[in-house]
Every structure is written in C-alpha cells, then in structure tokens.
Design a protein around this ligand. Sequence first.
Ligand code: CUA
Length: 143
Amino acid sequence: FAVVIIVGSMVITGYQAFALGMGPPSGKEVIDPQKVDETAPFDNPGVFEVGDKEYEVVMTLQAFSFDPGEIEIPAGSTVHFKMTSKDVVHGVQIVDTNVNAMVPPGHIQTITQKFDEPGEYLILCNEYCGTGHQLMSATVTVK
Ligand code: CUA
C-alpha cells in the first residue's frame, strides 16, 4: 500500500509538472528585473481588452504594491494575467478563485482565470516580501 501511495504521488506530481506545466517558472522567459519598466509589455501595465469578454492584464509587482492596483471587468470575462516582479519574490493569490502563483523577479508568470460572479475579488501577495508584505493587495471588480 505504501508503494502505491509513493508511486501514485510521483505520477500525479509528474503529470502536473510536465503535462499541465505547473511548477516553478521556466528559465525561458526571463527579463532583467532592473529593466522591467523598459521591457514590453511591462513598460505599460494595465488592463487590455483582447477579445469579447477577454482581457489581458499586464501586471508588475514590487514591494509593496501591484500595478495595476484596481482591475475592473464585466462579469463572465476571461482574464489572462501576465506578471513579473521588479524586486523580490512576490506571490499572487486571488481570493475565491484558484489563482495562486509565485512571481519571482524577472520571470514572466502567466495565469488565466474566468470571473463569472460579480463582486470584488481581493488580490493578495502570499510570499513574504518584506516589512510591508501584509499591505500588498489589489482588487478585481467584476460588474
Ligand atoms: Cu509581496 Cu509579500
């Protein structure tokens, strides 16, 4: 039975890592954290409509804020987040969703989430990033 558990967890971890692409960001998409402000698309963070009820949010993280700090979208929208950090490792967790990702400096983290229910969704940093960590938050308003 123990062997079944061990092999089972290895298979699940392998499936998540290789088939689903979960895990630490790959080394492929790395930009100089010092030059995030000059590197597209992060030189222009914001919310961009890319289709019908489809948005791209280009977001930068730094101690202790998210840019943009307020995101507003209509209910039923699919949002493609593209994020990077300008300084240290931050995390992004969106309450009431499955979004929970690490955002290391210079790495490009992408995650897609659909927002069906209207409301205000809190975005929190969930990696300890310094003395203002607990103040680092943003909101997604779904109307
Ligand atoms: Cu950013 Cu904790």
